[in-house]
Design a protein around this ligand. Sequence first.
Ligand SMILES: [Ca+2]
Length: 198
Amino acid sequence: MLTAGTEGANGFSYCYYTTFGSLATFTTSGMTFDGTYWLGPFQWAGPSIPDKFPFFDAHTQHPVSISNPGSIPGPANASAVRRYTASELAGPTSVTIAGTYQDVDTGGGDSVIFRIFIDGVLKLADGLADDGGAPKSFSFNVTLLPTSIVDFEVDPKNGFLFDRTLVTTTVSRKLFRSPSRVRRSYSSQHCKLARFPN
Ligand SMILES: [Ca+2]
């Protein structure tokens, strides 16, 4: 089982799309790790911890949007994308991808759209409107290849204020007998990786 809370070693990485909902605009440009957060290159003058966007910690991710004038030099659009790269798999593997998502910042705003792309195919798109609402869940049974990628995107909609979003996921191999962990290895194929504290 691969758990998003124990990043890095499990094939998860931190990136963004410069056009919301567009996997073709995927980039890792300017992403850095400060020991706690993966941070994007867009500095915000307003009060926020952290104050660079998009940002990620082990369980949440936060996009940015040009629709909040004056707040971001640049300006920039960047949806926050948590990517799983399946390069640790030895071959085609039946897995269950399951998890939860939730707008966890109850400060207001217009919430977010949560999307999942599996090998470029949109599997889920859910526009949230309920700050602090109950977590929602997803589960997909799919076959992944070692070249497969799975993206978990948080799109800010219009404004990006109060858009911190919980995203947890596991990728687990389907077995008929006793559960067994998918072999773990460190992957750096697609973008920079971090190991967050458990
Ligand atoms: Ca928003």
